[in-house]
Design a protein around this ligand. Sequence first.
Ligand code: ATP
Ligand code: MG
Length: 256
Amino acid sequence: EAAAKRIITFCPELDQVLGGGIASGQITEFCGVPGVGKTQLGIQLAVDVQIPEAFGGLAGSAVYIDTEGSFMVERAVEIADACCRHLQRSAANSGDQAKQQSASALSRDSMLANIHYFRVRDHVEQLAALQTLPNFLQQHPQVRLIVIDSITFHFRQDFQDMALRTRILAQMAQQLMQLAEDRDVAVVLMNQVTTKISGDDQTRLVPALGDSWAHAATSRVILFWQDQTRCAFIYKSPYLPARTAQFHITPEGVRG
Ligand code: ATP
Ligand code: MG
């Protein structure tokens, strides 16, 4: 896993606890309370995946599956602009020709065009979107990232039939893992949390969707607040130590 290609972010501490960034060929799930920054991170990653190779990036594109309607184009524009500015500045300062060339080719418009956006309004559309992905990825081989924001939404609202829910979730988990592995893309899932009071009266954040879904992702990260600061904690991973990184959301996007 250490050899996986990784999406670097503008948050070195987060990259570090993730083993160098968001891994390709795997599923990374971010779970957290409303407002902690899941959607901001999803938009940021759809931009970060495009960072040119001269800067250590994947020079890829992204698929963004929006189940909640919370993707904001205006915000993506701000984050893309900030990314272009940052890379162009750093290229100019480095005197590195490869960096300067690739940075000058970046633009807001090209970055937005490289985010393939799908809006799914219920769980049937969500399943249908996943069915079309293998074909879509074949036609768009530059895609290195699939974001689903959130995996949870349509399965908390409309679901009475728990057996059906479990079956659909298992199928989705399998499809997503296969996509990650077959096409070597990073799959990033946003999930909600439920709050549980444990025996020692501590409140604990528990990822939503139950026990069988707990095995869907390769690694699970809990996003939470500590005092006034946002944190990301490696909650479950076969190879990453359980560490915490701090991050911030600024007008430029997700930062260290
Ligand atoms: P939900 O579970 O409701 O979907 P979420 O985890 O997706 O929540 P986000 O929508 O990613 O949460 O985070 C929203 C927060 O991000 C805002 O409350 C604000 O604190 C921060 N934020 C958004 N835009 C900006 C900005 N331009 N500058 C600074 N902070 C911002
Ligand atoms: Mg959100």
